[in-house]
Ligand binder design. Sequence first.
Ligand SMILES: *[C@@H]1O[C@H](CO)[C@@H](O)[C@H](O)[C@H]1NC(C)=O
Ligand SMILES: *[C@@H]1O[C@H](CO)[C@@H](O)[C@H](O)[C@H]1NC(C)=O
Ligand SMILES: *[C@@H]1O[C@H](CO)[C@@H](O)[C@H](O)[C@H]1NC(C)=O
Ligand SMILES: *[C@@H]1O[C@H](CO)[C@@H](O)[C@H](O)[C@H]1NC(C)=O
Length: 462
Amino acid sequence: MSPLMRAGCMAPIICVIAFLVWAPGCAARYEATWASLDARPLPRWYDEAKVGIFVHWGVFSVPGFGQFSEWLWYWWKSEKRREAVEFMRKNYPPGFKYADFASEFRAEFFNPDNWADIFNASGARYVVFTSKHHEGFTNWPSADSWNWNSMDVGPHRDLVGELAAALRKKSLRLGLYHSLFEWYNPLFLSDQASGFKTQEFVARKTLPELVNLVTAYKPDLIWSDGDWSAADTYWNSTQFLAWLYNDSPVKDEVVTNDRWGKGCYCKHGGYYNCEDRYTPGKLPDHKWEKCQSIDTRSWGYRREMKLSEVMDLPSIIKDLTYVVAMGGNYLLNIGPMSDGMIAPVFEERLRGLGAWLGINGEAIYASKPWRVQTENSTVTVWYTAKNVTIYAIILGWPSKQLLQLTVPKMSGATKPQVTLLDYPNIPLKWAPLTPTAGLMIAMPTMPASPANAWCLKLEGVV
Ligand SMILES: *[C@@H]1O[C@H](CO)[C@@H](O)[C@H](O)[C@H]1NC(C)=O
Ligand SMILES: *[C@@H]1O[C@H](CO)[C@@H](O)[C@H](O)[C@H]1NC(C)=O
Ligand SMILES: *[C@@H]1O[C@H](CO)[C@@H](O)[C@H](O)[C@H]1NC(C)=O
Ligand SMILES: *[C@@H]1O[C@H](CO)[C@@H](O)[C@H](O)[C@H]1NC(C)=O
């Protein structure tokens, strides 16, 4: 019996006790159906957080090569990418196996407090860490991993546990990325050969490990992936989520995404990731998150990464403001090196993001989409709102110091006030474009912004 089934058996007893003591607790139980699970309100912290850091780290960080470097094993073995096949042939002896990379994953410079310090300095409120990618190597001492884990081989450390502890010291929320499938796990391959009629892999690997991760590390977020080859009924996703939401130690605060089986994404689960780098053109009607890697070619570290392939700070801020104005969260990815170092170029981008949020975070954290998301008046503007306050984030400084905003209307009740978040105590001069709408704003001297983005706070407009 899987730990999940054991937990499931306990549920009716707990429910009966809860009913006697506190009946509403029982009424709120979720059933293992999408109709029930999808109706769960998203815990509030997630929407308010807006910014997270995604971290791809694993055995794949050792070869650290090629586009989507975290997929190297698959590119090589399936011969789907010639560059991967060539790379392995040229640089490793015949008979070299992917598993041989694991002993080179030493994490000798991994200092989780340093990581947490950088992540906190980025202004992010949560971190999503690869507990296990498609290669199946677990970054924690999983008892179900047959030694293919970071305690028995490579670092000889509990990477998930160490990072979790460091993040908590900084009050950062812990998210765990988890791949449901594993490319070459014999149990998975055998289930696949049966047309997913058998569930040996799910019973002996996926579910026990998920339950183990939740009970051992109490994550605030589970970022599920690797679901696409089989239906959610193979993965028993709804059963797992019902346990997670009803009976797990994180039942009230945990947030999940939407990758829980073929056809699930953008449709079921918690918030929606949809496809990688999802970029909706209009305001979605469901909470969503865009994940985006600073290295535009890979989630995992690439030793051959060039500066021209790395997002600069203005591109990151532009992407972030678009995402937040559209109601999304922004999950920005870095791939640390196998020795545990974060490349200085990534650190510099993250600290730059944090410096910008230090001034402009008021327009980002806990904001809501406004009635209009964007306009191109003088420069491109993205709007966010907080109660009656409206924020206009401008991507670029207007020439001649004059900025025109056509969308805001006069509320009539109070005289509009405009300030720049860089100079919060200096009201700016403005004139209406028409008697009832639009602002022509006289901008002050341009404050330095390496992000090439500034934010105006508008009060008394609607
Ligand atoms: C986290 O970062 C913020 C903003 O940079 C800083 O004020 C705060 O002291 C940091 N917290 C910790 C625990 O380091
Ligand atoms: C999946 O859920 C079904 C229905 O509850 C159950 O019969 C089956 O044993 C579960 N499979 C695993 C692997 O837990
Ligand atoms: C604003 O301009 C950008 C590029 O100049 C364009 O991609 C975008 O669609 C425009 N948005 C609006 C609302 O007109
Ligand atoms: C919105 O602002 C009004 C006026 O300042 C205030 O009375 C109200 O409590 C605010 N609502 C929220 C949800 O903050």
